[in-house]
Ligand binder design. Structure first.
Ligand SMILES: C[S@@+](CC[C@H](N)C(=O)[O-])C[C@H]1O[C@@H](n2cnc3c(N)ncnc32)[C@H](O)[C@@H]1O
Length: 250
C-alpha cells in the first residue's frame, strides 16, 4: 500500500517554499494551487509556460524536456515539469491557469504568454476562453541563435500572445517584434528566455507583475531591474532556487 502511494506521488502538488524579498514574492509550487492565494491584484501577467511541444506524436511529447529541447552536446540543465500534455489537455489546462490569472488582474491588466508555432492556435483559444480580450500576437525573432532546418525554413521565431482584462489602460507604445539573440552562456534553464527579450515586454506593463511559470526567473530579473514588484511561481526545486538567487542578486 505504502509502495503504491509512493509511486502516485505528484510533484506538482507540492507547495514547499515561499521566499519574500523587498519587491519580490516567490513561491515554489503548482501555480494552479498558488495563484488563488496570492496577495492583492496585479497589473500584468508575463509568462512563458511549458509548451508541451517538441514533437508530433504522443511518444515524442512524452520524452524528457532535455531530449526535446537541447541540442546534443550542449550544457545539461535539469529537466523541467509539465511539458507532456496533448492538445486537448493543453487547451483545458491553459484556460484553467489563465482563468485564475484573470481573477487576480486589475481591470485593463495585460496578459503576455509565450508560445511556439505548434501551440499558437491553442494558446489564442485559451486566452479568449479564460475571459481575456485577445489583442494580438508578437514575434520573437531569434536571429542567429535559431535551429537550422535541413530542407526547410529555420525555426527562427517564437511568439507571444497578448490580451487584456477589458479595455486597455496603459499609455505606452511598444513594438510587436523583437530581434534578440541568446547570448552564449546566458541561459540558466533548458529553455530560458534572454533578458534582453523580457525587459521591453515587462517595461510595457504596469508596476505589479506576475509570472506563474518563472523557471529561472528571467521575467522577475527584468521586473526588479526596472523597480517593479514581482510575484513568481515555479514548481521545480532546482529552477525555483535559481530564480531566487538571480532575483536576490539583481
Ligand atoms: C518554459 S519554462 C520558463 C522559463 C523562463 N522563462 C526562464 O527564462 O527561465 C516553464 C517553467 O514552468 C514550470 N512549471 C511547469 N508546470 C508548472 C506549474 N503547474 N506550476 C508552476 N510552474 C510550472 C516548469 O518547471 C518550467 O521551469
Amino acid at each position: 500500500m505504502q509502495q503504491a502511494q509512493k509511486q502516485q506521488h505528484n510533484p506538482l502538488s507540492n507547495n514547499q517554499k515561499h521566499v519574500r524579498l523587498a519587491k519580490a514574492d516567490l513561491h515554489q509550487g503548482d501555480c494552479l494551487a498558488v495563484i488563488p492565494h496570492l496577495d492583492g491584484f496585479f497589473d500584468a501577467v508575463v509568462t512563458d509556460p511549458p509548451y508541451s511541444s517538441g514533437g508530433q506524436s504522443k511518444g515524442n511529447r512524452a520524452a524528457s524536456t532535455g531530449a526535446k529541447y537541447l541540442n546534443t552536446g550542449s550544457v545539461q540543465w535539469p529537466d523541467f515539469a509539465g511539458d507532456s500534455k496533448d492538445q486537448r489537455s493543453y487547451l483545458h489546462w491553459s484556460a484553467l491557469w489563465m482563468g485564475l490569472c484573470y481573477e487576480k488582474l486589475n481591470p485593463g491588466g495585460l496578459i503576455v504568454v509565450f508560445s511556439d508555432w505548434r501551440q499558437l492556435p491553442v494558446t489564442t483559444d485559451a486566452i479568449q476562453a479564460s475571459g481575456f480580450t485577445w489583442r494580438g500576437v508578437g514575434v520573437w525573432d531569434k536571429a542567429g541563435s535559431a535551429r537550422p532546418y535541413k530542407g526547410g525554413f529555420k525555426a527562427q521565431t517564437e511568439f507571444f500572445v497578448w490580451g487584456s482584462k477589458g479595455p486597455l489602460v496603459g499609455d505606452s507604445y511598444s513594438p510587436g517584434l523583437f530581434r534578440v539573440q541568446q547570448k552564449p552562456g546566458e541561459k540558466r534553464h533548458q529553455v530560458g528566455k534572454p533578458l534582453d527579450l523580457m525587459e521591453p515586454l515587462v517595461a510595457a506593463c504596469g508596476n505589479r507583475i506576475l509570472d506563474p511559470f518563472m523557471g529561472s526567473g528571467t521575467t522577475g530579473v527584468a521586473a526588479i531591474g526596472q523597480g517593479k514588484e514581482f510575484s513568481g511561481i515555479e514548481v521545480c526545486d532546482h529552477y525555483f532556487q535559481v530564480a531566487v538567487d538571480r532575483i536576490r542578486e539583481r
